[in-house]
Design a protein around this ligand. Sequence first.
Ligand SMILES: *[C@@H]1O[C@H](CO)[C@@H](O)[C@H](O)[C@H]1NC(C)=O
Ligand SMILES: *[C@@H]1O[C@H](CO)[C@@H](O)[C@H](O)[C@H]1NC(C)=O
Ligand SMILES: *[C@@H]1O[C@H](CO)[C@@H](O)[C@H](O)[C@H]1NC(C)=O
Length: 282
Amino acid sequence: MALCFTPQNHMMRVVAIAVLHLLQLMAVTPVLHAATNIALPDCISKCGEVSVPYPFDIGAGCYREGFQLTCNETYNVPKLFVGNTRAEVLDISLHDGKLYINNGVVSVTGSNRYSMTWEIPLHNTIFTVSSVWNNFLVMGEHPAVATDGSCSGVGCCEASMPGAGSLYSNELASFQARNHMIMEEQPFNATVVLVEKQWRDKNDHSVLLQKAVSDGSAQSMQIKTAVKWSFSNLSCADAQSSSDYGCRSYNSYCHDHCTGESYGSFCRCSYGYEGNPYIVKF
Ligand SMILES: *[C@@H]1O[C@H](CO)[C@@H](O)[C@H](O)[C@H]1NC(C)=O
Ligand SMILES: *[C@@H]1O[C@H](CO)[C@@H](O)[C@H](O)[C@H]1NC(C)=O
Ligand SMILES: *[C@@H]1O[C@H](CO)[C@@H](O)[C@H](O)[C@H]1NC(C)=O
């Protein structure tokens, strides 16, 4: 049984079997459940509320090298992390070769200028923090933090990433406008986050984030950064002729990450199919 499957076909099969032979349906049902599994046999497929599909996993023998995650069950709702890092995994998409992490907020205090390094602790042959998807937001100190969601340079400013990567040096400077003159301001206190632009624009997230910064609760807010991942750092053309080709399921195909900023490939289920393209069968 291939792991990329059409839900419709299965439905039709279940109905047909039910009509022909009711008892046989009971034997078929567990197979249908198994087919929806996204992890290797005897491996964990969920941590808290997050699904964990292969090539990611937690236990030895369950993940591909570089894709190990940690499930910390000491939280009320267990939390998933990349390896042994503090980057919390919020969601993993097999279809888009994308995952969402919450890398938290960085608070910076300084005099009128501040240099900081900002880092996502991810293995850079597999993961790329995309500059197409994410922007830095720098939110100022109360009462100068904007709380209406606007980010035009007063109480909040936004900067695009200088390129894809996972380590940045930022130079922050704070200014105060007085009598129509821009003066350099004294000590400042700002909060820096890297957010997915799409997340920022949805459901008043900008307003919520700014309010959380303003009242000091931003640490507990779930902030989404979008990260690309590749199953292989080879292109599909090269991967196909290697022994390490990942698209093993029937009805799966290889897809190149097609933006200029990252290379590598991952697998997808063919159109109309869902499941895990990396798993052949149980
Ligand atoms: C789980 O999280 C708690 C709370 O943050 C931390 O103290 C603990 O070290 C973590 N456990 C592991 C195995 O990472
Ligand atoms: C590609 O991945 C292999 C392991 O799968 C690694 O040894 C190699 O260094 C990677 N190459 C690049 C250019 O990242
Ligand atoms: C910076 O501002 C936050 C609230 O926005 C506050 O919790 C924190 O104590 C401030 N830090 C300093 C050093 O002023």
